[in-house]
Design a protein around this ligand. Structure first.
Ligand code: FNR
Length: 379
């Protein structure tokens, strides 16, 4: 069977997951304009075909913060990943490590830091949100450090959760949500057995010691709204900088002025991201935001990007627009939900192959050779 990463795994995930979970993954904020533009704007970027250039020795290798990557791709932080497949964070982290790329554990993961980090033979990355309880944040960072995490992703584009109306329709949040979810789980017996009903799958590993923890997904979105902190500012980054020695990457930058502030602050990297269209609907797609940010800060800071990347061609496009490496969100989660760790491994191999075809036919032998010359105006 031929599986196209972008569409087939998404369809398979939809068939397997109860609707509230599929739509939680698949949906975006408000009318989902930004969500759609992320993929549409990327697809509109035309690659420049070049031929007859002896492209027999191709390398996808790169390095970030002294860490070697077999390709310029990172599995980004996705909350509740352990609900899409049993011990999902561990399965995805293993697939990433086997491929030779980093995995980022979300603050709101099902499997805790202490379970995922020892399951792989390379340091994982850890993503931190700003919660009102700074003691919790500090404790999470200490746990991450103790587990061997070096690279911190600090997400700054969620001072408040975006208006995600699909979640209210699907039963993820809103009236009678718990009852609606239970009914959906029982009509998806495979999911219910694999993930939903065995063990303690709904404990949110990293926040289980946190006061007011949502139990069994009880009003998860409401919990986010109550505990996330709209007062977040550069002061919080300074506070974290004091006791985090490793590389610190700021996730959720969409404007060149904020990117310059990140350089002034001394961040090691930024992730140009609109949170996959899940936060402020109506903002630019990352494919459109990235070039101006690259103009402003390229060379001064490690530049990463995500949102809308579904294929190896998209990876090449983002790098041509100025990114050093990219993160995957939904792409790997659809594969995980559809086929577990094997699905993620297969997806990463497909992306590898797609990148090789794109690099061969745009005349780039290395990641460093992908650039503005890999693109052409028009559609
Ligand atoms: C996310 N994202 C996210 N980001 C983060 O910093 N911490 C988190 O816990 C989550 N949780 C999360 C859950 C789900 C279901 C999705 C789809 C996304 C955002 C994620 O890291 C990334 O920015 C986007 O997923 C990128 O967009 P695409 O590639 O999914 O379109």
């Amino acid at each position: 069977m031929i599986i196209s990463a972008s569409t087939d795994y998404r369809a398979a995930a939809q068939a397997k997951l109860p609707p509230f979970l599929f739509h939680y993954i698949d949906g975006g904020a408000y009318a989902e304009h930004t969500l759609r533009r992320n993929t549409a704007d990327l697809a509109d970027i035309a690659l420049r075909q070049r031929v007859l250039r002896n492209m027999s020795d191709l390398s996808l290798e790169t390095s970030l913060f002294g860490e070697k990557l077999t390709m310029p791709v990172i599995l980004g932080p996705v909350g509740l990943t352990g609900m899409y497949a049993r011990r999902g964070e561990v399965q995805a982290a293993r697939a990433a490590a086997q491929k030779g790329i980093p995995f980022t554990l979300s603050t709101v993961s099902v499997c805790p830091i202490e379970e995922v980090a020892p399951a792989i033979d390379r340091p994982m990355w850890f993503q931190l949100y700003v919660l009102k309880d700074r003691g919790f944040m500090r404790n999470a960072l200490e746990r991450a450090k103790a587990a061997g995490v070096k690279t911190l992703v600090f997400t700054v584009d969620m001072p408040v959760p975006g208006a995600r109306y699909r979640d209210a329709h699907s039963g993820m949040s809103g009236p009678n949500a718990a009852l609606r979810r239970m009914l959906q789980a029982f009509t998806h017996p495979q999911w219910a057995w694999d993930v939903g009903l065995r063990g303690k799958p709904h404990d949110l590993g990293n926040v289980s010691a946190y006061r007011g923890q949502p139990t069994s997904l009880e009003d998860y979105i409401g919990w986010l709204g109550t505990n996330f902190d709209p007062s977040i500012s550069w002061k919080d980054l300074e506070w974290i900088r004091e006791f985090w020695e490793g590389p610190m990457i700021i996730k959720g930058i969409l404007d060149p002025e904020d990117a310059k502030d990140a350089v002034r602050f001394g961040a090691d990297g930024i992730i140009v991201s609109n949170h996959g269209g899940r936060q402020l609907d109506g903002v630019l797609s990352t494919a459109r935001a990235l070039p101006a940010i690259a103009d402003a800060v390229k060379g001064e800071i490690t530049l990463l990007a995500d949102s809308g990347i579904r294929s190896g061609l998209d990876v090449v496009r983002m790098i041509a627009l100025g990114a050093d490496s990219v993160l995957l969100g939904r792409a790997f989660v659809y594969a995980l939900a559809a086929a577990g760790g094997a699905g993620v491994s297969n997806l990463l191999e497909l992306i590898d192959k797609e990148m090789r075809v794109a690099m061969t036919l745009t005349g780039a032998k290395t990641i460093a050779e992908i650039g503005a010359g890999s693109l052409v105006a028009g559609r």
